[in-house]
Design a protein around this ligand. Structure first.
Ligand SMILES: Cc1cc2nc3c(=O)[nH]c(=O)nc-3n(C[C@H](O)[C@H](O)[C@H](O)COP(=O)(O)O)c2cc1C
Length: 174
């Protein structure tokens, strides 16, 4: 499929089916996260796979932002690995970890879409909650909950999905 066609096909899923995601598809989604680009190729991304009933139950005590998805990835970065630049004024104490984790999660989201799956990117969670329920080490920083599954029978894009600014509002030619 043409990439733009794929990008247009993706929408935020908030009506997942409870059908599980096949292990070969999970492996492909994780591979997309593994090979994503990172600053200086330091690869700080750390991907927690929320697959067990116990882990889902824990997650549901803290956020409803998974909408019944059978599979959730908590994409994080390790801040002892991520690229920093604290000396150079043009970077202003820059830590590339969040960007690196975002690129990994974005690749995973699009791979899932290409595999015929639905996804939801969610940031409406308290990082401290994720650290507590999944017993994350102090160097692990949560960035996104990426829910993945098959669309449910009532699946449809939200009102916001087709609301995008025209190209001349977001592109500036100098
Ligand atoms: C950084 C980020 C955070 C988001 N957090 C949430 C969230 O917590 N809950 C939610 O339902 N959707 C969340 N979304 C999904 C957006 O609301 C959605 O992408 C946007 O409205 C456009 O709709 P579409 O994805 O269907 O095209 C988030 C998206 C991004 C990129």
């Amino acid at each position: 499929m043409d990439y733009l066609e794929l990008a247009r096909k993706r929408y935020s899923e908030r009506r997942f089916s409870d059908k599980g995601v096949e292990p070969d598809k999970i492996a492909k989604i994780l591979e997309a996260g593994r090979i994503a680009p990172t600053a200086h190729n330091l690869q700080p991304q750390k991907i927690y796979v929320i697959a067990s009933e116990e882990a889902h139950a824990k997650l549901l005590t803290k956020t409803k932002m998974t909408y019944g998805a059978p599979l959730v990835f908590l994409v994080c970065y390790d801040n002892t690995i991520s690229w920093k630049n604290t000396n150079d004024r043009c970077y202003e104490n820059y830590d590339s970890g969040e960007v690196d984790a975002t690129l990994a999660a974005s690749s995973m989201m699009m791979e899932a879409t290409d595999l015929g799956l639905s996804t939801l990117w969610a940031r409406a969670f308290d990082s401290a909650d994720m650290i507590e329920i999944f017993d994350l080490p102090e160097n692990i920083v949560p960035v996104v909950l990426l829910s993945v599954g098959y669309p449910g029978p009532e699946s449809r894009p939200s009102r916001l999905h087709d609301s995008r600014k025209p190209i001349d509002e977001i592109v500036v030619i100098k």
